[in-house]
Every structure is written in C-alpha cells, then in structure tokens.
Design a protein around this ligand. Structure first.
Ligand SMILES: [Zn+2]
Length: 499
C-alpha cells in the first residue's frame, strides 16, 4: 500500500510538472481550414509573446524556388483589438502591436488559385507555389507559416478545423496520421526543414515496409498523361529501396515519403520538377512517368546518404563532385542492382548522359571553385558539371579498388568506411576531402589518390581513359576524345554490382 501511494504521488508530480512546462513554453498553434473547392486556405495562428510590446513575423521565402512575389499569396491579414497590425510588404514583415492583449492571434488567407485557362510555362510555377484548387491542395509550410525573428524556438503545432471529409490527407512530419483534425507538434527549428501537405480527392497513399523502415507512397490516382503512378513505383519499393538500404547496411530512418503528384496545368508536356524534404522527396509531374523520372526518383532518394547523412566540406557546393557525382554513381549502380535499369539503360546513361556530354563540354576543365558562382546562372554548363565529373571519377575509382584488391573490395567498401567515420564524428563536425583520402588509403596508394583528387576533382582536368585499365568486364574505347563504355563478352551488371 505504501509503495502504491508513493507511485501515485510521483505520477501526480510528473503530470503537474509537464503541465507547467507546457504553459511556459513558447508556442505557435496553426489551425487551417479549406472547403475542398475554393482557392482559399484560412489560417488562424495563436501564439505566445516573447517580446512584450510587439511581435515581428516574416512571411514567405524568396529563396524557395526563386519566387519573389510570394507576398501576393497572403491576403486579408487580421488581428483583434486591442492588437494592431503594420505591414511592410517590401520586406515581407508583419508587425503585431499587442497593446496589452491577453491572447495573441493573427488570421489570414492564403490564395493558392491556379489559373487553368492560362497555360503553365514551366513545372516550377506550380512546384514552388501553394496549389489550392478544386479537389487538390499541395503546399509546403513556407507557403503559409510565419517566420519568427527571435530565438525562442517555440513548439509549433498544426491541425485542420475545416476540411472535406472524403478527401485523402497526408503530412510529411507525421505521415501515419490520417485524420487532419489531429494536432501534430514539433520544435520550430526542426520545422525549418520543409513540411509538406497534400489533400485531395484524387490522391492515394500506400504504405510499404522496406526492411523495417515505413515508406509512404503518395500519388495522384489519375492524370492527363495516363500515368499509373502507384504502379510505376512498385519496383522501387520491391527492389530499389531494399537494394540501397543493403548497399549502405543502414535502415536507421524513422520513415521515408515519396510524394508524386501530376501538375494541374493544361499543357501537353511540361516536364517534371522536385525538391527534397526531411525524410522524403516531392516530385511534380507534367508528363508520362518514364526512364528519366525513374532516374530522378532514384537519384533524389539516394541522397538520403550522400548529400544528407554525408557531405564533404561545410557547404553542399564545396565538393559537389562527391555530393552529386558520387551520389549519381551510387544511384545508377543501384538501379542496375535492382533491375530497374537493364544493361542498355545503364550503358546509355554512362555514355550518352555522362561520357559524351562531359568530354564534349567546353568548360569540362574548370576549377572546382569556379562552379558555385555560375551553378544557377549557367546550369546547362556549370550546374551539370560536378554530376558528370564526379560520376566518371567514382566509376574509375571503383575500377581501381576492384583491380588493386583482386576483386575483393569495391568503392562500396570505401564508402561504408567513410559512412562509419561520419558516425564517429560529432553532429557539428564535418567530413573533409582529407577524410576521404585517409579512408581511401586502405584500398589504394594514398599519394596517388590525393593526386587524382587534386588534379581531376579540384583542378578539374578530365581523366584520360586512353591508358587506363578497367576490370575485365568493362571495355572503353575513345572516339574523337570521347570515351565509350561497353560490357565485354557475357559480362553481367548484376554480377558486377552485387551486395
Ligand atoms: Zn542531386
């Protein structure tokens, strides 16, 4: 009896302390409403005040998709007396003067109207916009939430007050939550990663279990391109994702979501676009799902390791030859391993998309440090350069490691060591090019490896394949300075790339 009493007291104390903690914590509570028909999302934000006199919010982010006019989407901003409002559209600043108000609340509307009579000229128009139209809503938190200007890191919660009952709902933070009226909460700094919402009457969410990791596949059901998107992705869940988890020996993910919705435009074909979110990837499709889209899906989801878990340098631009190029090589060999890319697709990707484009590029020899400045302004030349430069070197390095170890080791072994090294470092420590060389020294001559990276990846001199030996299964011939890869005899990609 005595012990029971102590337990009860302890439990009461715990409840009480967590209650008082919740009361003191700064918070932002978003309540959303949409009728499923209109282009208006109604937002009600109740929040705690950290500065006594006023609160300054910033709305929108011109960096997200390069949209500078995002302030046009927010309308009808209101506060209740005694609070007062001041808008500074040029700086996207919204100031609320509290004037002693006990409760702090701001309401506004997000206009996600999409003019279907006006043809879309690029998938980006819709990709980086809130889409709120009859039967369909897709948006990221940047499209409707407020940025705060202090360091209070509040708890942020979202729930839906009004929504169409029969629509399918998905959110990328708590994807298992299917009821929009259920509130979900996270820390403000965690939500600075992108949160994605989908709601619609033409949406299907399928759940998969890939080696213990919950995967969510969110797609439109029907589109004007005749796609069967859920069907298109089955090989990814059955082969590609298991393949890449096995490649990295890593299933340490809370979940992963793949969200692919058709664009609402009325054009015949406007390509596809996408962006990464925390534990997921979002794609918008304005065409038939095809080889290119398979590759994009594989490349983006592969970034969970090289790009997200592992990066060389402080910034993703420092060594894109690794962040993009090595990721791309991992992508393509996993597409081969999972039989989504057969021999022809694999060789075509290596030869047409990489060797040919890279060796014919006028700027193939520019220094690594000159890429970042022209990455976006001259994407066709500079943007694609590190992908191709890095992929070609990864292929070469893989061959070197296989030859030096008589087939015992591959590039995978070196990358697994690098991944292990990453996990021994603290969160704020970075992986460096020197780490890459140190790890590679277990497989190749360290001095040679360091020279190769300096010469080919940093200074940018293209690798001359004329006198380079590859494993017996590969053959390379040079025509007009362009290497062309082929498989010798009956060589089988599934035997070369297996794990
Ligand atoms: Zn990438």
């Amino acid at each position: 009896m005595k012990t029971n009493k102590i337990k009860i007291i302890i439990i009461l104390l715990l409840i009480f302390s967590s209650f008082s903690y919740a009361q003191q914590n700064p918070f932002m509570d978003y309540v959303l409403s949409w009728d499923g028909e209109s282009s208006i999302l109604e937002v009600e934000l109740t929040y705690s005040v950290s500065q006594k006199d006023s609160t300054v919010f910033i709305f929108g982010d011109p960096d997200f998709g390069g949209q500078n006019d995002i302030f046009n989407t927010i309308k009808n901003i209101r506060v209740s007396k005694p609070e007062e409002l001041r808008l500074d559209e040029a700086n996207r600043r919204i100031t609320v003067f509290h004037n002693g108000a006990k409760k702090n609340k701001i309401s506004y509307e997000i206009d996600g109207s999409f003019n279907v009579d006006k043809p879309t000229v690029a998938s980006q128009t819709e990709l980086f916009r809130p889409v709120i139209t009859k039967g369909m809503l897709t948006m990221v938190n940047i499209h409707f939430t407020m940025k705060i200007t202090d360091e209070s890191n509040p708890l942020v919660s979202f729930s839906w007050h009004k929504y169409p009952e029969n629509f399918t709902y998905f959110n990328s933070v708590q994807p298992s939550q299917k009821n929009p009226s259920m509130r979900f909460t996270d820390n403000y700094d965690k939500l600075s990663h992108i949160l994605y919402f989908v709601m619609g009457d033409n949406i299907d969410v399928k759940e998969y279990n890939v080696m213990g990791v919950p995967y969510y596949c969110v797609t439109t059901i029907e589109d004007r391109y005749g796609n069967d998107l859920q069907g298109n992705f089955i090989p990814f869940f059955e082969s590609y994702f298991p393949s890449i988890h096995r490649f990295w020996n890593d299933t340490d993910f809370p979940f992963y979501s793949l969200t692919v919705t058709a664009l609402q435009n009325n054009q015949k074909e406007i390509g596809a676009g996408g962006f990464g979110i925390k534990n997921g990837f979002v794609m918008k499709l304005g065409k038939k799902f095809d080889t290119r889209e398979k590759y994009v899906t594989a490349h983006e989801t592969s970034h969970s390791w090289i790009g997200i878990k592992m990066m060389l340098g402080h910034d993703s631009f420092d060594n894109q030859w690794f962040g993009e190029g090595f990721n791309d090589y991992i992508t393509i060999i996993n597409l081969a391993n999972s039989k989504i890319f057969e021999k022809e697709d694999f060789l075509n990707y290596m030869n047409e998309d990489n060797f040919k484009k890279h060796y014919k590029s006028e700027i193939k020899g520019v220094h690594n440090d000159s890429i970042a400045a022209k990455y976006w302004t001259d994407y066709a030349n500079y943007g694609v350069l590190p992908y191709k430069r890095g992929l070609i070197y990864a292929f070469y390095l893989d061959n070197q490691i296989r030859l030096a170890s008589n087939g015992k080791f591959t590039l995978r072994n070196m990358l697994l060591d690098l991944h292990a090294l990453r996990r021994t470092k603290k969160h704020d420590e970075i992986l460096t090019v020197d780490d890459f060389i140190d790890v590679g020294a277990a497989y190749l001559d360290k001095k040679e490896l360091a020279e190769q990276i300096a010469q080919h990846m940093i200074e940018g001199q293209p690798i001359d394949f004329t006198n380079i030996k590859l494993i017996d299964e590969f053959d390379i011939e040079i025509n007009d300075g362009v290497p062309k890869l082929s498989l010798t005899g009956n060589s089988d990609l599934l035997k070369i790339y297996r794990w």
